[in-house]
Design a protein around this ligand. Sequence first.
Ligand code: AKG
Ligand code: FE2
Length: 200
Amino acid sequence: MEILDLPITWNLEQILDDLAQHGFSVIDNAYPTTFAHEVLNECMDNLQKFRNAGIQNGVQSHIRSDHILWIDTQLEIAQQHIHTLKILSDALNRAFFLGINDVEAHFACYHTGEFYALHRDNPHGKNGRVISTVYYLHETWEEDWGGQLHFKDKNDVWHTLIPKPNRIALFQSDLLHEVQLAQQQRLSITAWLRNDQTIW
Ligand SMILES: O=C(O)CCC(=O)C(=O)O
Ligand SMILES: [Fe+2]
């Protein structure tokens, strides 16, 4: 069955307002617990396929040490999250004329000691990423386990967000942010809402 609506815990008006005012928004208790468990299981079942995200074209970068798996159509539970993000994209397009026409996503696993240093997902508009989203999958997270998402909002105010289970962080892809060193296994789906131009 095709799902046409956002989950009831997603307060669209609040999300739109937060994004307009601050350039980010946070959704807690994003999905029913049963779904949260299913997607966590799908992530765990595929952990052996994750690749070192810092290696590109055989070269190791030192900016990040996490491990990722790009989400394709075979990852059916994660696809449902992507579907929800597409519904959200339609609402964002209606509100802000962002022209979002694609969602790309990967699972991410930060083992103990792993991090992602300060960066922007879309520096100087060099790619089609408009909004970055991170959905946290691990079952528990304690305040002193590190792994915070530390970022500067559109008004240059810094925030530190704990990667609480079943939380989604949404932020403009041009904002500066980092993942502080994790002290436990930290699991998530990072997804980008994109507005790539079609070349005819
Ligand atoms: O996991 C997070 O909190 C942010 C991840 C991130 O910045 C990225 O994958 O680009
Ligand atoms: Fe990022």
